[in-house]
Ligand binder design. Sequence first.
Ligand code: PAF
Length: 301
Amino acid sequence: MALLTTHTIAELRRRIQRWRDVQQKIALVPTMGNLHKGHIELVNRAHELADRVVVSIFVNPLQFGPDEDYPGYPRTLEADQVQLAVAGTDILFVPDAKEMYPTGTENIAKVEIAGLSEILDGAYRPGHFIGVATVVAKLLNIVRPDVALFGQKDYQQLAVIRRMVRDLCMPIEIVGMATVREADGLALSSRNQYLSKSQRAVAPLLYRTLRELVALLRTGERDFTRLEREAVQKLTAGGMRPDYVCIRMAGSLAQPDVNTTRFVVLAAAWLGKARLIDNLEVDILTQADQTQRLRPARAPE
Ligand code: PAF
């Protein structure tokens, strides 16, 4: 089946308006392309939630730092189109930078989520979440979907987007979906292809380390600083260069205390030229590992 691909905001809006005229529900799945099973699960879920599914592919320059992998980020449009056609996507939107940022990326309105944009990954990638929130706000304004779907692997990104939608009164349901993993636990990511064979063998250590932290939280350990430090040591000993391992309150990413019952453990670590991120949520009042199943609705703030 052929996939309708458009490169302009004007054409995309024209087509979406026809659906809106007949009261069809619209879902948006924003991506940067190089699609894997995790993206396709978002698209499949989008089809369950809406009548029409729009997918965007845009490698957003605004969310990359000057020394990051923007130039080399994998761009695989043709293969992506094949996968999206099979998944039944109604329209693929592939703007170029000029279409999204006609006056450049400097002197434009940008979206900053105070208190969330600059912590954790934001501290290591200054400006990253301003870039993410700005481009997602633009995509949401262009498409005006009823629902938009994002992977929970980018946990902080999801928190930033939920906060933006709430604070800016955007009438859009944000759906976060569980991380899709390889059999050995490695979270699927476009950046995994930067790993050499030997690095790929080491990579699941990130997930294992997070699992161990979850287990320790379940046994009642509450010395968060020590737990984080020991996890960093473990990753380092395994050959990774961790940026951070952090234990936070689920949803809000605030610092936990002894009364916290819903945690998220998050980590970012370099392995060669790949920067891997991962996270696990844990609710110590239940036995369920919440990241291993679909999360149909909003996580509490
Ligand atoms: O997660 C991504 O692929 C990107 O950060 C997003 C949400 C498409 C914004 O560019």
